[in-house]
Structure formats: C-alpha cells, structure tokens
Design a protein around this ligand. Structure first.
Ligand SMILES: NC(=O)CCC(=O)C(=O)O
Length: 278
C-alpha cells in the first residue's frame, strides 16, 4: 500500500482511566466510514502526566487497558498507535510504554520510553520521570502493510541518532506519542519534528494530548505531521481535536532519490552503532 489515511486524535486526558478509553472509542466511531488506516493518540493518554500518578495508573501488558485498546483496533479494523500508558512489569518497575495494534487487534509493537524526561529549566518546566519510571532499552521498528515504521515517545525524539537508527532499519514513518510543555513547546517542538523528518527523509507523525491549563503539567498540544521534505503536512492548535490526514509513502523514495542523503552517508568515516542489551 502506498497511501495511508491517518486519524490523529489530540484528546483531553481525564483523571478517570476508562473515560479516556470511552472517549477514544467514541471518537474513532465518528470516523468509522472514512476508511481510516491508522489512528494515533498522545503520550500517557489515560493518566495525568504526573510522576506520582504513574504507579497508581500502571497496568501490566494484556490487562484491562491493553485488552480494550486491542479490541478497539479490531472493532474498527485500524492500526492503532495507542499513545502511551504507564506499564508495570512483574518486578514492580513502571515504564512509559507505547503499544501498536494491527487491524486484527494483535500487538505488533511495544516501546518503553528510553530517555528520561528529567529537566530543570530556569524559570520554566521542571519534571523528573526518573522519580517513578524505569527506562526502556530498545530502539523500536515494526512492519505494517505500509512498510516499516519507527516508534518513540516524546523526549526520545530529541535524540537524532536514536531516530536515525529507526530510519536505517527502514522506517519510513516515525510515530511519536508526545506531550511537550509550555516552556519547550514553543521553542523546540516544531523545530525538532521538522528536523527529524528532514534529516531522515521520512514522515513524522507526532501526536500530543490536548492542553489543560488546570493540569500540573500543561501540554503544548500542536500535534503535527511532517513530510520527508521537512515541511508541515498538518498542525493542530492546543485544543482537543481530531483530524484526517492523507499521506503518500511514495514521497519518501521520491525525496531520497532527488536528494540522496541516506546513501551519501560516509560509514567509512563515522559509525552509528546499536547495542543489543542481553
Ligand atoms: N513528555 C516528554 O517527554 C516531554 C518532552 C519535552 O517537553 C521536551 O522538551 O523534550
């Protein structure tokens, strides 16, 4: 398949976990006749983005939230990039985890956020994910009927070498559930997403939660789709919003043929190495 229809949903995050799932299902239902291929939602879409909430809201893989997401994907016959959720493992570690389900509701990707969002900006945002979260160790790519895609979560996307690894593994679309903030959002969000699209010559689909001025962490919003040329295909404002966006995957090869950055790399001069942890 060459053309892909995305339903990008920038949703409000409710404190009640199930309400977020109900809202997601209701929203996709509104678009059920529009031949949607892929649905995307934001980071920690079912949990306030607060470190003390992560352990309280965390569930294991295959528990209730996972099962509901899987059944939503199957019900509507869509790929579902299910934002991210707090996930706990058998040892009690908590991760910021993104799942992707296929049209049959099978899990085809799982990414645990690799880079801690631990920041102290003078006069601005302070946040320490490492207070309650454990970091993942994998660079995540997966296959779909549209080709390979990459998956990372918000702050992960700031690391060019990390996204480059996904592109080198063949990803033509990078999915980024995210929630930038009111300090770094206006400064870096667009710049980062367009840079990752431009330097890897791939699509970047970055989906944020909607802004809630009363939340302890105020999301920047501005969900965006960037083209392999680095231009903005679609951008939202800060409010709750759902949008259908069509992309043509041929654009990746088209741009790479004209401006062959990927093949012009000098691996005899420098190297990017992926460590596989045991
Ligand atoms: N949730 C996050 O990872 C936030 C990342 C962010 O805001 C940034 O500036 O980076």
């Amino acid at each position: 398949m060459i053309k892909m229809r995305i339903l990008q949903i920038q949703a409000h995050v409710y404190k009640e976990k199930e309400k977020n799932l109900d809202a997601l299902e209701a929203k996709i239902n509104e678009y059920k006749d529009q031949k949607i291929d892929l649905v995307t939602i934001g980071e920690m879409f079912d949990c306030p983005y607060q470190t003390d909430c992560f352990p309280k809201y965390a569930e294991k893989e295959k528990e209730a939230t996972w099962a509901r997401l899987s059944s939503i994907a199957a019900k509507f016959g869509v790929y579902l990039s299910a934002g991210s959720v707090p996930e706990k493992d058998d040892k009690g570690h908590i991760y910021n985890t993104a799942y992707v389900f296929d049209r049959q509701g099978r899990q085809i990707a799982k990414h645990r956020k690799v880079h801690f969002f631990d920041v102290d900006i003078d006069g601005g945002q302070h946040f320490h994910e490492s207070d309650t979260l454990t970091a993942g160790n994998e660079c995540t790519t997966f296959d779909t009927e549209f080709g390979k895609m990459g998956l990372c979560i918000c702050f992960d996307c700031r690391f060019p070498e990390f996204v480059r690894l996904m592109a080198l593994e063949g990803a033509k679309v990078i999915l980024v559930p995210a929630s930038f903030n009111m300090t770094t959002g206006p400064a870096h969000w667009e710049l980062m997403l367009r840079s990752r699209g431009m330097d890897n010559q791939c699509f970047v689909v970055a989906t944020s939660d909607a802004r809630d001025e009363k939340a302890s962490y105020v999301s920047w919003g501005h969900s965006m789709v960037v083209s392999p040329w680095g231009s903005i295909v679609s951008e939202m404002d800060e409010k709750g919003c759902a949008k259908v966006i069509d992309i043509d995957l041929r654009e990746v090869e088209n741009i790479r043929r004209q401006l062959p950055l990927m093949t012009a790399r000098r691996e005899d001069v420098y190297e990017l190495k992926k460590w596989v942890k045991q």
